[in-house]
Design a protein around this ligand. Structure first.
Ligand SMILES: Nc1nc2c(c(=O)[nH]1)N[C@H]1C(S)=C(S)[C@@H](COP(=O)(O)O)O[C@H]1N2
Ligand SMILES: [Mo]
Length: 252
C-alpha cells in the first residue's frame, strides 16, 4: 500500500502533467472564442491573431471609414470553422483571384489589385444549415455584381462557379442570384481581416442563402453555360439554399 507521501507525489505529478496538457488547449480554446466574438475597434485582436495566422497577407485591408463602432458591436455568436481539407494557407506574394470563362474580359487580380477594388459594408445574419447562426455580422468586400460588370458577362453565361483555394470545395449561383446586391467577396469580418480558418483572405458571402454557399478561400469565379453541383449539393443539399424557404429552401 503506497505511503501518504507517495500518494501525494503521484497526485501532484499527475496534476502537473494534466495542467501541462490542458493549459495550452484551454488557452487556445479561450483565445479562439474571444477572437470570434469580435467587436471592439478591430485593431489589437486582429493584429495579435495575425502574427500566428497561417496566411501571410500584406497589406491588411483597411476597413472603410465610418464603420466603427460596429453596428450592434459586431457578430453575436460563434462561427464553426468548417473545412473539407487541411486549412489552406496563402501569401500575398502568390495569391491570385481569377475571373474566367464566358466573360468579355478575363481578369486576374493580385492581392494589392484586389484591395484597390471598391468595397461595400453590410451587416447580416449568417446561418449554417446544420443549425447554428451568427447574428449581425459586419462583412466588407467587393460586390460580385461589380466584378461581373467589370469583366462583362457574355450572353451564353448562365451560372457563376466559385473556386476555393483548397482545391476541392465548390458551389455556384445562377446569373440572377449572382447579381443580388448583397453577394460579396469579403475581405473583412467585423472590421478585421478574415482569419485563415474562417476563409481568409477572401470568402464569398451570400447572406440570403445558407452558409454552404459562402465559399471560403475564394480565389476564382468562372462563368459557365451549364449547371454544376456544389460540394455539399453532391451530398444532398439543395442548389437553391434560400434561408427564408423560397423555392423549397431547406435541405433534404
Ligand atoms: N472552402 C470551403 N468553404 C466553405 C465550407 C468548407 O468546408 N470549405 N463550409 C461551408 C459551410 S457548410 C458553412 S456553414 C460555412 C462556415 O463558415 P466558417 O467556417 O467561417 O464558420 O462555410 C462554407 N464554406
Ligand atoms: Mo454549413
Amino acid at each position: 500500500r503506497p505511503s501518504f507521501a507517495r500518494r501525494r507525489f503521484i497526485r501532484v505529478t499527475a496534476g502537473s502533467i494534466l495542467a501541462l496538457i490542458a493549459g495550452p488547449l484551454l488557452y487556445k480554446w479561450l483565445t479562439g472564442v474571444i477572437d470570434v466574438g469580435a467587436g471592439g475597434k478591430g485593431g489589437e485582436g486582429a493584429r495579435s491573431k495575425f502574427k500566428t495566422d497561417g496566411n501571410h497577407m500584406l497589406p491588411h485591408p483597411e476597413p472603410l471609414k465610418g464603420t466603427f463602432p460596429l453596428e450592434k458591436g459586431g457578430g453575436e455568436g460563434v462561427f464553426r470553422p468548417y473545412t473539407v481539407t487541411e486549412y489552406p494557407a496563402f501569401s500575398s506574394d502568390s495569391w491570385k483571384f481569377e475571373v474566367s470563362g464566358l466573360v468579355k474580359k478575363p481578369m486576374t487580380f493580385d492581392w494589392k489589385g484586389f484591395l484597390k477594388l471598391p468595397r461595400k459594408v453590410e451587416v447580416r445574419d449568417f446561418h449554417c444549415v446544420t443549425g447554428w447562426s451568427v447574428y449581425h455580422v459586419t462583412w466588407e468586400g467587393v460586390l460580385l455584381a461589380d466584378l461581373l460588370k467589370k469583366a462583362g458577362v457574355q450572353s451564353q453565361a448562365k451560372y457563376v462557379k466559385f473556386y476555393s483555394g483548397d482545391g476541392v470545395y465548390t458551389d455556384s449561383l445562377t446569373m440572377k442570384q449572382a447579381h443580388m446586391d448583397d453577394v460579396i467577396v469579403a475581405v473583412l469580418r467585423d472590421g478585421k481581416p478574415i482569419p485563415q480558418d474562417y476563409g481568409g483572405p477572401a470568402r464569398l458571402v451570400v447572406p440570403k442563402m445558407y452558409g454552404y454557399k459562402s465559399v471560403k478561400w475564394l480565389n476564382g469565379i468562372e462563368l459557365i453555360d451549364h449547371p454544376i453541383t456544389g460540394f455539399w449539393e453532391k451530398r444532398g443539399y439543395k442548389k437553391n439554399a434560400w434561408v427564408d424557404g423560397k423555392n423549397g429552401g431547406f435541405m433534404f
